[in-house]
Design a protein around this ligand. Structure first.
Ligand code: FES
Ligand SMILES: [Fe+2]
Length: 419
């Protein structure tokens, strides 16, 4: 009997036809997963934290990504710094995952001590010839976007095109004062599926109408694409109402100088892909809540209106929604071929008081429900792609165009790194 030859990662990618889904092995295989982590999480800019994770000087937030661990610190000058979580003596982890507050970073093994600029300040028993000057913690590229979102890049040379994302979002997020927020709530959800399926699921709202009753209260379905052929009378009316609502809302925003147009930088030639737009919120138009009104009475900044829509930002591993009263920031961390951590943080004005300015349950109800619904969808999607009977299917050109773009980008970025 002839042995079945295992396809290479590249052969699997190249076997995908345009507008077709990926072959199942790209989701299920350990070697593919390991390469994915190396390329997409170790060599691209990734969102790993928010400034509210480290609100004060001396705060440290440790985030593990694959075998890497990163220390995100706020130094004594209030600057955000990021270092490899590996001691320059014999490599021990300096911190466990999670948050702490320190004066200095002291290695638990032999107590080598670093300041928050990563400089080695103190050792014992190393002798007079030992040069402390070249034993600083290894710095990691770090950028704070919109004063609130902390991105890092673990590569030696970080993709330079991140500037476009950072500059675009600095302008769009500036009015919200994300640097003056606090975390009202955060959750970690482990989804039983490959990270690419988590992103695929996030990049389309084809599934929303049938699965997200809470989220669709504030979404305008037409924003996420639709097939214009054969629209029912009801569908046609809904489209007309949509067009009218968007036209009225954006003209109001334009009068107030609020940028709303989409920037869609998702081409295969771009390393730091992203999409942003100020989306119209349905109903009362204020926030992604069950009644589409703001839940936090103390808004993120001194806005003179509450209906600022949803400034969303998607990157290759994150999605964020910023509204007048709160922001919901989500990013993923791949754990294994069939396991992905989705971490979500709800931000409110740092002066807002739970129970006075907002009810926590009401604040988080839409996205906690949505996240758990999406976790189930990703799980059934992943399981189905691993079925021996799975054959690649077809993306909708109207509602899943971002998935086709994403698959092409996935291929191009791996090729750029020799895969
Ligand atoms: S490994 Fe850190 S002090 Fe020895
Ligand atoms: Fe969803």
């Amino acid at each position: 009997m002839q042995a079945v030859k295992t396809k290479s990662h590249r052969e699997l990618i190249d076997s995908r036809q345009p507008w077709q889904t990926m072959p199942g092995e790209l989701f299920g295989r350990q070697d593919v997963f390991d390469t994915d982590v190396d390329v997409f999480f170790n060599k691209h800019w990734i969102l790993v934290a928010v400034t509210a994770d480290v609100p004060e000087a001396g705060d440290v937030y440790t985030v593990d990504i694959g075998k890497a661990s990163i220390l995100i610190c706020r130094d004594d000058d209030e600057q955000i710094r990021a270092y490899r979580n590996s001691c320059r003596h014999r490599g021990a982890r300096l911190k466990e995952p999670g948050k702490s507050t320190v004066g200095m970073l002291v290695c638990p093994y032999h107590q080598w001590t670093y300041d928050l600029n990563g400089v080695l300040k103190h050792t014992t028993h190393m002798g007079p010839d030992f040069d402390m000057g070249c034993r600083s913690l290894s710095a990691v590229h770090v950028r704070v976007v919109g004063d609130g979102l902390i991105f890092v890049c673990l590569a030696k040379e970080a993709p330079a095109d991140f500037d476009f994302l950072a500059n675009t979002m600095d302008e769009r997020f500036a009015p919200y004062h994300l640097g003056k927020t606090k975390i009202a709530y955060e959750t970690d959800v482990i989804e039983n599926g490959n990270w690419k399926l988590v992103i695929e699921n996030n990049r389309e709202c084809y599934h929303c109408a049938g699965t997200h009753p809470e989220l669709t209260t504030s979404f305008l379905a037409e924003d996420f694409g639709f097939c214009p052929d054969g629209l029912s009378e009801e569908g046609q009316k809904s489209l007309e109402a949509y067009n009218q609502k968007v036209a009225e809302t954006v003209s109001g925003w334009e009068k107030d100088g609020l940028v709303w147009k989409a920037v869609e930088e998702v081409g295969a030639e771009t390393a730091s892909i992203f999409r942003t737009q100020r989306l119209v919120i349905a109903g009362c138009g204020e926030s992604q809540t069950m009644d589409t009104k703001v839940e936090c009475k103390r808004l993120l900044a001194d806005f003179n209106r509450r209906d600022l829509g949803d400034v969303h930002l998607h990157t290759h591993s994150s999605w964020s929604h910023v509204m007048s009263d709160h922001a919901v920031i989500s990013y993923l961390i791949p754990l294994g071929p069939d396991r992905t951590l989705v971490r979500t943080k709800w931000l409110v004005n740092e002066k807002a008081v739970e129970g006075v300015d907002y009810d926590l349950k009401r604040l988080v109800s839409v996205w906690t429900a949505t996240n758990s619904q999406d976790a189930k969808l990703v799980e059934i999607n992943h399981a189905g792609t691993q079925d021996p009977g799975y054959v690649p299917g077809t993306y909708s050109r109207y509602t899943e165009a971002l998935l086709e773009a994403y698959a092409n980008w996935y291929s191009a970025r791996l090729a750029a790194h020799g895969v």
